[in-house]
Write a protein that binds this ligand. Sequence first.
Ligand SMILES: O=C(O)CCC(=O)C(=O)O
Length: 253
Amino acid sequence: MTLSSARSCKVKESMPESSARQQKSITSFFKNTAKAKPSRELDLSVPGLSMIKDFISRQEEIQILSFLSTQNWRTDLNRRVIHYGGSYCLLPPRHASAKERQRIENDIVIAEPMPSALDFLISRMIEQRLYLEEEKPEYCIVNEYTDNQGISAHVENFKFGEPVCGLTMGNGDWMRFHELTRPDDGSVRSGKAAKAERTGHKQDVWLPPRSLLVMRRDARSNWQHQICRSWRGRRLNDDWKRISLTFRVGART
Ligand SMILES: O=C(O)CCC(=O)C(=O)O
């Protein structure tokens, strides 16, 4: 036995059992919290709507939020927003007149590409069979809602493919769904979304922190979704904040 290995044996021998146990539990704490254990995809009360709970772990949530805090946010909307992969909310509606199209297209702001910090989320969505490797999300919009901020009722623009996936971080919140009498692609910006005819049937869906909401078929084209500004729970906490990441793919041609 060399001197150094003898020394290390001695150190090992003299380490009290309780410290060794503590060390082991710290190691396993980090092992357990580092990677999420997503639930299976659970169907919700709106047709085509499902959810994966614990899609990310707390540590991954902290990692994403700290990355986002270094990014350039748009502040010209009623809430802070980041677009990655194209500023598609400014794309013209499908049936826009040539004049309207030109006006809107002139407004297009080219967004940053999808950042590599979000790659692990995209890989996980592929692992969970939400997307195919060759049709992975190209677009992501980050929305930040504080106390009294929301998003008006709208359907997912028909230009996008399926599914549309939304990750909730920070605080959980309710999302309200309104059933339409027929699919209606009117945008919020044009004011057409507000005029879409509703059946009067609505559903409130709770979005827990770190969950992924998955919208397909009717849930995205026949039901509008909305984040109301005035849910009471928010007022109980001055630091209330929800940050969502919505991932989209282009429609198949
Ligand atoms: O915050 C959300 O989860 C919804 C975001 C959304 O609907 C949108 O950006 O179009």
